[in-house]
Design a protein around this ligand. Structure first.
Ligand code: PLP
Length: 497
């Protein structure tokens, strides 16, 4: 499989090179030139496999410069029993007729980001070898809360790598912050940015194309790379769980192979729902992809109007990992929707950069409408959904997943679409104790790890072990910088200053 930049498709590279490069030199994102296809017979045989085997099969279709043996050994290490607390890795739970939760938070940091970020260090180290890259890789991450910890956990003490995470100072939950600032490992750094996630993401992206700092790093035998979902290595492991969820529904007799299902995904940077799109384009029978936004409803407005307008108020919500106005991965979808026309993508992205908005026009808009439905969920609706679901079924949703479920239920009411629907459950509710407790009618003062025990007590549900262990850990990182000073922070954390 070859990969091209969304902004210049004349240069083709292999997956290993896409993974070592992160972002393309032109600022575009690497994306496959075509979609490998799976048949109904393939799905039938995937149904007989466990998660790890399914992963090796799907990954090998996209990463054909890796051997099956390599990929098998990577997935066995990444998705081992001591990393994931459910043997199914990504189990599917039935909430009620037609409604299924795909639980993606059974990894070490309790968010869906683990599924990709437990695997990425193996893909990255192997890619460095394959491409003959001798320099040490320094991974820079901008996080809206969950990517940061999952990336730190994945890359901590991985030889030949360093990692620095930037998070918005007032834009993450207290528990998310502590998860990052207590991270162990000799190759890790964490820094707060005085700004929001978009500021952090823009600042980090600017380093990847800053010739001065790239040259300086090269002199120190270092190069920069991304573990955000702009890196293809972050997206490809996520395709697996959509295929796997389909197999689970078939195995439990909910569907026959060939029946279509919907996926509903609470969305921020558009990485997770784009992975569902890849699964669909491979031939997985999918009816609709339902994109759910929180109060920062830039994507909902975009799909409804064909105009992407990032010039709007930014809200800090109870689903902070979706507080994003510049949704990076939409660029990959636009590339395909534009018929793989890199010129169109260049023009749209240049308009976004200079005017803060773009209009994709009728043709692209029509194609997107044929695949996607959208909706948004405000703060009150998020809380109402958590409370309603807990009282109706004893199932506890986190704030992000609640956004997804609310949007799905509204969609179903409106369209009367009875297609069985899988909702991506993206985080454990114990990462967002304060908001979840408030939704259940408890009045909370603090928002730290002291609430984890309380939420367990109120709901009778056991908290993930690594979260209960947080209160005993010492904070290691307290650095914070204005958004314009990220370069200095990188140099300082790398001890190059
Ligand atoms: C990152 C994240 C999202 C948004 O995922 P994208 O791939 O950025 O669209 C949703 N929920 C949770 C809990 C997350 O951590």
């Amino acid at each position: 499989m070859d990969y091209v930049s969304t902004r210049n498709n004349s240069v083709k590279i292999k997956a290993a090179q896409a993974i070592t490069s992160g972002i393309a030199p032109d600022g575009g994102l690497y994306t496959p030139v075509s979609f490998p296809s799976i048949t109904m017979e393939d799905i039938a045989s995937l149904c007989k496999m466990g998660y790890r085997e399914r992963a090796a099969e799907i990954l090998s279709l996209f990463l054909d410069d890796f051997t099956k043996e390599e990929l098998t050994s990577f997935v066995n290490s990444a998705y081992s029993g001591d990393k994931f607390d459910d043997p199914a890795i990504a189990p599917v739970k039935k909430l009620k007729t037609g409604e299924f939760m795909l639980e993606l938070w059974h990894g070490p940091t309790s968010a869906f980001k683990d599924v990709a970020l437990q695997l990425l260090p193996y893909l990255m180290t192997a890619s460095l070898k394959k491409t003959g890259e001798k320099k040490e890789v320094c991974i820079l991450v901008a996080t809206s809360g969950d990517t940061g910890k999952a990336a730190l956990e994945g890359f901590s003490d991985v030889s030949g790598t360093r990692i620095i995470v930037f998070y918005p100072k007032d834009g993450v939950s207290k528990i998310q912050k502590l998860q990052m600032t207590t991270q162990k490992g000799s190759n890790v750094g964490v820094c707060a940015i005085l700004g929001n996630f978009d500021d952090a993401q823009t600042a980090v992206k600017s380093i990847f194309t800053d010739e001065e700092i790239i040259k300086f790093a090269k002199g120190k035998n270092l190069f920069f790379n991304s573990a955000n979902s702009i890196n293809w290595g972050r997206l490809v492991p996520q395709i697996v769980y959509y295929v796997s969820a389909y197999c689970e529904l078939a195995n439990s007799g909910e569907i026959k192979i060939g029946d279509k299902i919907n996926f509903c995904v609470p969305t921020g940077n558009f990485g997770n729902i784009l992975s569902a799109y890849f699964a669909m384009r491979m031939g997985l029978p999918v009816n609709r992809l339902i994109c759910a936004s929180n109060r920062n409803r830039v994507l909902t407005d975009f799909f409804n109007s064909s105009i992407y307008n990032s010039k709007r108020g930014f809200y800090v919500t109870s689903s902070p990992s979706m507080d994003i106005l510049i949704s990076s991965n939409l660029e990959r979808l636009l590339y395909y929707a534009a018929g793989c026309d890199d010129k169109v993508v260049r023009e749209l992205m240049s308009s976004l950069k200079t005017n803060g908005e773009y209009n994709v026009g009728g043709e692209i808009s029509k194609r997107l409408d044929s695949l996607y439905s959208v909706g948004s969920c405000d703060e009150a609706q998020t809380k109402e959904t958590i409370a309603a679901v807990f009282s109706e079924s004893g199932y506890l949703l986190d704030t992000h997943t609640a956004v997804g479920l609310h949007v799905y239920r509204e969609y179903k009411d409106k369209t009367k679409d009875e297609t069985k629907t899988v909702i991506a459950s993206t985080a454990s509710p114990f990462k967002f104790c304060k908001s979840v407790l408030e939704a259940l009618g408890e009045k909370e003062q603090g928002d730290g790890p002291e609430l984890i025990g309380k939420l367990s007590k109120v709901t009778g549900i056991k908290a993930p072990e690594p979260l209960t262990a947080l209160s005993g850990l010492k904070e290691r990182f307290s650095m914070s910088v204005p958004k314009g000073n990220i370069k200095d922070a990188v140099l300082e954390l790398l001890e190059l200053k």
